[in-house]
Design a binder for this molecule. Structure first.
Ligand code: NAP
Length: 250
């Protein structure tokens, strides 16, 4: 067992999560990379991380289900035996649609992953990290979105609402566990150039949005990862309940 701190990144196989994994490994964290379906991407990333001299394991699990969450935290306990940080990053959009066209199934999936999965992972992390439960403290970073304040009209208002829930959860949990050694913060990325836009049926969305962004360009996963690394580091030791916009001014 190493003395290095252990970071769990949900949805860590691609996009923002993968950038967080790489930067955390570079900063000396052992990492547990969660993925849902793209095992090849998770394996490739874990091999890259091991070259940095830290431990990396992968775990399949859908954060929108109890079975998935059980598998993820079984891996935390069995493979690492400790947890020092959680980046609640797994999140999905759906096809662009107006509110009157949403199906019940769409909303169930969106909120199961973006909200309930996020809260359930935080619950499991608190059980392991809180000094009230015999833990040694730790840090949680929730990946929200600027959509929480912009509302995403005509694209995915449901997604925006799910991220609004993430923001409020961040504030409440931060205050609930602040005296138990756990800091809880969120980041609101703006438009970031990842595969998520293609999964919503708009592969060119990041480039197309550039003129509406004050900095005139989408952000990169690495720029979000830098902010996450700050929040999980001891340099942010007095930062909790904060929601940081990383959005090029939008
Ligand atoms: P992405 O490129 O689509 O990557 C999604 C990652 O999450 C993949 O690793 C995927 O695993 C995993 N994942 C998806 N559903 C999952 C589930 N149910 N359980 C576990 N893992 C799951 O997404 P991204 O753009 O990096 O987004 C990451 C986070 O940032 C999300 O919460 C998103 O809402 C937020 N965000 C993104 C943007 C943006 O413009 N990109 C802006 C604001 C906020 P597989 O590889 O197995 O598919």
């Amino acid at each position: 067992m190493s003395d290095r701190p252990v970071l769990l990144v949900t949805g860590g196989s691609r996009g923002i999560g993968a950038a967080v994994v790489l930067k955390a490994a570079g900063a000396g964290w052992d990492v547990l990379i969660n993925y849902v379906s793209n095992r090849a991407a998770a394996e490739k990333l874990s091999a890259e991380v091991r070259l940095l001299g830290v431990r990396a394991e992968i775990v399949q699990g859908d954060t929108g289900t109890e079975e998935g969450i059980a598998a993820i935290f079984a891996a935390v306990d069995q493979q690492f035996g400790r947890l020092d940080g959680l980046v609640n990053n797994a999140g999905v959009v759906d096809q662009t649609a107006r509110v009157e066209d949403y199906s019940r199934e769409r909303l169930d999936r969106m909120f199961a992953i973006n909200v309930i999965g996020n809260i359930r992972c935080a619950s499991e992390a608190v059980r392991r990290m809180s000094t009230a439960h015999g833990g040694r403290g730790g840090s949680i970073v929730n990946i929200s979105s600027m959509a929480a304040v912009l509302g995403s009209p005509g694209q995915y208002v449901d997604y925006a609402a799910s991220k609004g829930a993430v923001d409020t959860f961040t504030i409440g949990l931060a205050r609930e566990v602040a005296s138990e050694g756990i800091r809880v913060n969120a980041i609101r990325p703006g438009v970031i150039d990842t595969d998520i836009h293609a999964s919503g049926g708009l592969p060119d969305r990041a480039a197309a949005m550039a003129p509406s962004i004050p900095m005139q360009r989408p952000g990169t996963s690495e720029e979000i990862a830098d902010a996450v690394l700050y929040l999980i580091s001891s340099q942010a030791s007095y930062v909790t309940g904060a929601i940081l916009n990383v959005s090029g001014g939008r």
